[in-house]
Design a binder for this molecule. Structure first.
Ligand code: AMP
Length: 290
């Protein structure tokens, strides 16, 4: 069992050469590799991905890197929480084998200038609100796939569009890796776990629940027979506004594959929301099955 026992600290690697060597050794020994890309400030959502990898793969590699290219110029790159010591402690508790936490220059050395042009599914929703975001995501994720040489990579449904973008990229660019998308882990009241939740004070934390409430309202409307997407979206907005969440980036119904807007809810449909609570931008989503 060795490194599969819980409470053994994962090996910490901060450079690409050591990562390449570790995964090459694992592959040579016939091990399967699972990759969990994160930006750190780990919580139960991240740990659920680690567990999924541990259940399926022999070696679990968790990357911790606050990727500058996916942040807009006025976003929270500088203040994004960095909690490496605690992250390593949590990963030890889950039996992760290797933590790759490189400095920025290790992945973006001087002269770096090649980017992945994201697929069409990146054009709506988050892609519209955060220009350049998915270009940063596809670029870093492809780099991590190339470095980690994993058989399987684990992502959360929390970032639903991101998972669709990566799935499409892997398909379009023939990247030999399996993408698994794991369910959203929520607090007991329904708030989706997020590293950004720690930005909020108690009053904001209270308000933030409006996102989950607006998604469940959409689910209830559809369950009661409502099929008009505009009506459901209006209902979602009303719930947000009632709870004084007024800076809404979108509250939308979209096709689960393309993320294009739907007008009539005929089959499985994604309800997606992005809104600001105080200075914190939050996203959430729920799959609706009419
Ligand atoms: P992040 O560190 O926010 O970039 O997230 C790293 C990975 O964890 C992404 O695949 C996220 O979708 C996933 N993730 C974040 N929050 C959750 C959550 N509450 N439940 C499940 N997965 C999550």
């Amino acid at each position: 069992m060795g490194n599969r026992e819980k409470e053994s600290t994962p090996r910490l690697v901060d450079n690409t050469a050591d990562l390449r060597r570790a995964v090459a050794d694992a592959r040579a020994a016939g091990k399967t590799i699972g990759l969990v890309p994160t930006m750190g400030a780990l919580h139960e959502g991240h740990l659920s991905l680690v567990r999924a990898s541990r259940a399926e793969c022999d070696l679990t590699v968790v990357t911790i890197f606050v990727n500058p290219t996916q942040f807009g110029p006025h976003e929270d790159l500088e203040k994004y929480p960095r909690t490496l010591e605690n992250d390593l402690r949590l990963l030890a508790g889950e039996g992760a084998d290797l933590a790759f936490a490189p400095p920025r220059e290790a992945l973006y050395p001087a002269g770096f200038s090649t980017y992945v042009d994201p697929p069409d599914v990146a054009l709506t929703l988050e892609g519209k609100c955060r220009p350049g975001h998915f270009r940063g995501v596809t670029t870093i994720v492809l780099k991590l796939f190339n470095l980690a040489q994993a058989h399987v990579a684990y992502f959360g449904q929390k970032d639903y569009q991101q998972a669709r973008v990566i799935d499409r990229m892997v398909h379009d660019l023939d990247v030999p890796i399996i993408i698994r998308v794991c369910p959203i882990v929520r607090e007991s009241d329904g708030l989706a776990m997020s590293s950004r939740n720690r930005y909020m004070n108690p009053a904001e934390r209270d308000k933030a629940l409006a996102l989950w409430r607006c998604l469940t309202a959409a689910r209830d409307l559809v369950a009661s027979g409502q099929r008009d997407a505009a009506t459901v979206a209006t209902g979602m907005r009303a719930v947000l506004q009632e709870r004084e969440v007024t800076r809404i980036d979108y509250a939308a119904l979209a096709d689960p594959d393309t993320l294009q807007p739907v007008t009539t809810i005929e089959g499985p449909t994604m309800a997606l929301v992005a809104a600001h609570v105080g200075k914190t931008r939050l996203i959430d989503n729920l799959r609706l099955e009419p």
